[in-house]
Write a protein that binds this ligand. Structure first.
Ligand code: FE2
Length: 312
């Protein structure tokens, strides 16, 4: 099976793969896709101790780990690893079972065609923060945005596939969807505009991105993933309920099923491990939008949450 997760940021956010109900069940037949900001090729000179340690750990897992690049990668080093053909597309081989999915390539994994286009603008350093010179090659690289050739490679490959793939994996979103998630805080750039065109011209079953550090279904078949590990084809709302790994966060607006009614509300409190009495799945305290109700705040189990609402 194929699983998808969000940014690992080197050793910072990779622990989501440890002692996890999903990864614990994964076998050598499985593939884990990370939607950019892999971060274990990060030091600007060489593989350092921490990178070696985690790459070795990943290489020894039963499954194969593959990743799109994000913006937090050391691109000159990433591009220096050997290139090989893997499942119909080109990859950089970081370790035998840790592969970088190159930009604009289409892979065929377990019968599904998957288009991959990494890259994004950094919003914590570099030109967006106005400190380009000081950080070039030191935690920020201009190659974070795909080159014209890489983008053209993507368009050529898509055209050769009749502009139809099963899945799309990127680090950032098309401009329109980025605006929905960031409410205008992140400005459009060459890659979000390029993905906007692809979104309009390519047919796909589901699109997954990382970058925004949230787990959220932005559209019917567009999902941003961060901490969760979901099966490809699933939206966050359809993915398995996992004790200790809640799908929703404080302040999320949600549609819930409560005593036979569908109600809208805001998550006021998250209980990842359940309540004192019930610890079979995450629970939430929901403040209902309908203020006229007897109980303004209700406690529900995660399976009672129908979906996250983008309306607040
Ligand atoms: Fe990130």
């Amino acid at each position: 099976m194929i699983y998808v997760t969000g940014d690992t940021h080197g050793s910072i956010d990779i622990r989501k793969l440890l002692d996890n109900e999903v990864t614990d069940q994964m076998t050598e037949k499985d593939t884990l896709i990370i939607c950019g900001d892999f971060g274990l090729v990060w030091n600007w000179k060489k593989e350092v101790h921490d990178e070696k340690k985690w790459l070795k750990w990943l290489d020894r897992r039963p499954w194969t780990t593959v990743f799109a690049d994000g913006n937090h990668e050391c691109f000159p080093r990433l591009y220096s690893y050997p290139v090989k053909e893997w499942n119909g597309g080109r990859v950089h081989v970081i370790r035998p079972k840790v592969l970088h999915l190159m930009r604009g390539e289409i892979f065929n994994i377990e019968g599904s065609s998957i288009f991959v286009m990494g890259g994004a603008s950094s919003h914590d350093r570099g030109p967006v923060k106005g400190n380009t010179d000081a950080v070039i090659g030191r935690g920020w690289w201009p190659e974070e945005l795909p080159s014209e050739e890489e983008m053209a490679n993507g368009l050529r490959n898509l055209e050769a596939h009749g502009n139809k793939v099963d899945y799309i994996i990127t680090h950032c979103l098309p401009t329109t969807y980025q605006d929905i998630v960031k409410r205008g805080e992140f400005k459009p750039d060459s890659i979000t505009d390029y993905l906007e065109e692809i979104q309009k011209t390519v047919s796909y079953r589901h699109w997954y991105s990382g970058h925004y550090h949230v787990n959220i279904d932005v559209g019917e078949n567009i999902t941003v993933v961060f901490s969760r590990i979901i099966q490809i084809g699933d939206a966050i709302s359809e993915s398995a309920t996992i004790l200790g790994s809640p799908k929703y966060r404080k302040q999320d607006a949600v549609l819930i099923e409560y005593e036979g009614e569908q109600l809208l509300g805001t998550v006021k409190d998250v209980m990842p491990w359940g309540t004192i009495l019930k610890h079979d799945e995450p629970y939430y305290d929901i403040e209902l939008f309908d203020t006229g109700r007897k109980k303004p705040v209700v406690t529900v189990r995660e399976t009672q949450v129908i979906e996250k609402s983008l309306i607040k």
